[in-house]
Design a protein. Structure first.
Lengths: 175, 463
């Protein structure tokens, strides 16, 4: 009987550390699987590859709506690439804001753009090895008042389940 | 009561006082021989003691405002601005609430893009802050968040909603999310006010902009109109026309002594001045540095937590600074620039901030003064054992210059230098503006400081 007792105690001592170790492994594993972001595909999803340049921040599509007053457009290009940014509200406008920069050894470029209310056209002219390409983007900056009204709607309806009402209000404001 | 009894009582008080004072002289700290020392010295120290509020001690090195816009747009608050003070006070309130009644949500791998997607405020600290001792032991938040180097607060306009707080440990790539029911509308409105003012300099986040050359998330300034700055010069107010102004020096040294009237003074051939009182020795080197050494020792190792040691160091520094401010001497604002745990205690490093910009001196100067930072404080056995400080003061010059070298140009300069050295995989750790001093007597100008590994590359910000 005593012999069995010794064996049982020994088995328990041996089992406990194993159980603890396996629990740690599982929790570590679940941490990885529970991750909802930080996957490589997510990281790259907002990069706009235009061939001669890659826009890594500031522009994700050709047309967009915003409340932002400024936009910083940054990206990557080959060393020696010349970039000219032109910003205007009317295509016929004579005094277009213009900024130019040459890409250095870092392989990076960055340009701060001030956005006016209404439509803003951003023209990016890329000169690389005697080739020239022009890309045009449109950012529509909405009035600040609309943003404030939207924030109020958000707060007032934050606990509301009536999604339809919220959507209607939002659509009416954004018109 | 007759005259005789009064005399007896008076005599009794005198006898008791003499026994007490003799006892203090024999067994107490010899440097406190002044009978009134306890009355005035301790009282002045208590004013500077923050022991009741350790969270208040957490002075952020930088407060970054995140406007929460597409692609990222940020501003960094200047320490002299009212907004900085307000943001710091609000943060203290929210952090206290977080530790007292916060709800731990989750621990995740750090993803800057995700956490920076909303309007928020980022508090950056110098180095890692261990939470031990920050609040009573057994706290449920502290048990989950053992350390952090940055805190991101996501305020809410409505008091109904919870405020989210992210404790960031960038070195270990971890983020801890905590929520608390606490009013944060002031911070929300502050972000809106600053955003409406349209700052001239807009910062971007390297992680949000997918700049893979940067190891950490660094905030870089961008602008269309180059900002201007005034040149500066560093001077030692103790030296006048090549001679040590002893009166001025004593105004710096005396507040560090318990009883300055009893100090012994000696000057060496090389010009070094020695002041000794009890176990305290203070040296002044004519290069512009004072060194305070407490030679007393209990011989026992006292384990001190980061916050306890920092409290001692900051209390000591603030006390000295308060007396210097009264004398209009050495008034450069300072910030904690680093800390290190040693086998015997803690070392803290502080640096000057001139016109809101950090002051950095060259390696050549660092070798001459044998200091890499403006101030070094060693805390051991629960007290300050060493306090070394430059006695330099920044003065503005009339010359005004423009910062017309962008971070991209500065970065390319550094990359070209490293390419020339044969380095291929370049990883940038940090990049910021600093008032940089190349050599003694050279004026200070704004430079880009680019940190690659342990090397710091200064690149002139004006072409």
């Amino acid at each position: 009987m005593r012999k069995y007792l010794y064996v049982m105690v020994f088995a328990l001592i041996m089992l406990f550390p194993i159980k603890e170790a396996s629990a740690k492994d599982l929790s570590a594993h679940s941490d990885v699987s529970a991750k909802t972001y930080a996957s490589p595909s997510d990281e790259q999803s907002d990069i706009l590859d235009l061939g001669v340049i890659k826009i890594t921040a500031g522009l994700t599509k050709e047309q967009e709506v915003t409340f932002d007053k400024v936009r910083n457009i940054s990206g990557e290009a080959k060393e020696g690439t010349l970039l000219v940014f032109k910003v205007y509200q009317d295509k016929e406008q004579q005094d277009k804001e213009s900024y130019s920069q040459s890409v250095g050894a870092s392989g990076l470029f960055s340009q701060l753009i001030n956005l006016k209310e209404g439509k803003n056209y951003i023209e990016i002219r890329v000169e690389q090895n005697e080739n020239e390409k022009v890309f045009l983007f449109e950012i529509n900056r909405k009035k600040e008042e609309i943003k404030k009204e939207l924030e109020e709607v958000k707060i007032n309806n934050i606990f509301s389940e009536q999604e339809v009402i919220k959507d209607t209000v939002l659509k009416a404001l954004l018109k | 009561m007759d005259k005789g009894k009064l005399k007896t009582i008076f005599l009794g008080v005198l006898i008791f006082a003499s026994i007490f004072q003799t006892g203090k002289l024999w067994f107490g700290n010899l440097s406190g021989r002044n009978f009134f020392y306890n009355l005035w010295v301790r009282n002045s120290f208590d004013v500077m003691n923050y022991s009741e509020e350790p969270i208040y001690l957490l002075q952020p090195r930088r407060i970054v405002i995140n406007f929460g816009v597409e692609g990222g747009a940020y501003t960094i608050l200047k320490h002299t601005e009212e907004a900085f003070k307000l943001a710091k006070e609000e943060m203290t309130e929210i952090l206290t609430a977080v530790f007292l009644k916060g709800e731990f949500i989750k621990e995740e791998d750090l993803n800057w893009k995700h956490i920076l997607s909303q309007k928020s405020m980022l508090y950056q600290y110098s180095g890692v802050i261990p939470t031990e001792g920050l609040i009573t032991d057994g706290n449920k938040i502290i048990s989950k968040v053992s350390k952090f180097d940055q805190v991101l607060l996501v305020p809410n306009k409505s008091g109904e909603q919870k405020t989210t707080c992210y404790f960031i440990d960038e070195a270990y790539n971890k983020v801890y999310e905590v929520a608390v029911k606490q009013e944060s509308g002031t911070l929300y409105d502050l972000i809106d006010t600053i955003r409406e003012d349209s700052p001239q300099i807009v910062y971007i986040s390297t992680k949000q902009s997918n700049m893979n050359q940067f190891v950490n998330n660094v905030f870089l300034p961008t602008f269309n109109d180059p900002p201007a700055y005034q040149k500066m010069v560093m001077q030692d107010p103790v030296i006048e026309k090549g001679v040590i102004d002893e009166k001025k020096l004593e105004r710096i040294v005396d507040p560090l002594l318990m009883n300055p009237a009893l100090k012994k003074k000696q000057q060496m051939e090389d010009g070094t001045m020695y002041y000794i009182e009890g176990s305290i020795m203070i040296k002044y080197y004519p290069i512009g540095m004072i060194e305070y050494i407490d030679q007393s020792s209990t011989g026992k190792y006292t384990r001190t937590s980061f916050i306890e040691a920092y409290q001692i160091a900051k209390g000591f520094l603030d006390k000295h600074q308060a007396s210097l401010n009264k004398e209009d001497l050495l008034e450069n604002p300072m910030y904690l620039s680093g800390q290190r745990q040693t086998s015997a205690g803690w070392e803290f490093y502080f640096d000057f901030r001139l016109e809101g910009i950090p002051y950095v001196f060259s390696e050549a100067i660092a070798d001459k003064v044998n200091m890499k930072h403006a101030v070094k404080i060693v805390v051991e056995e629960g007290k300050v054992k060493l306090y070394r400080r430059l006695t330099w003061e920044g003065e503005l010059l009339d010359d005004e210059c423009e910062v017309n070298v962008s971070y991209l140009q500065a970065l390319s300069d550094v990359i070209n230098t490293l390419y020339a050295e044969g380095v291929e995989n370049i990883e940038i750790n940090d990049m910021y503006w600093a008032y940089y001093q190349k050599d003694f007597n050279a004026p200070l100008e704004v430079y880009w400081m680019v940190k690659v590994g342990d090397r710091l590359f200064p690149i002139k910000a004006r072409s």
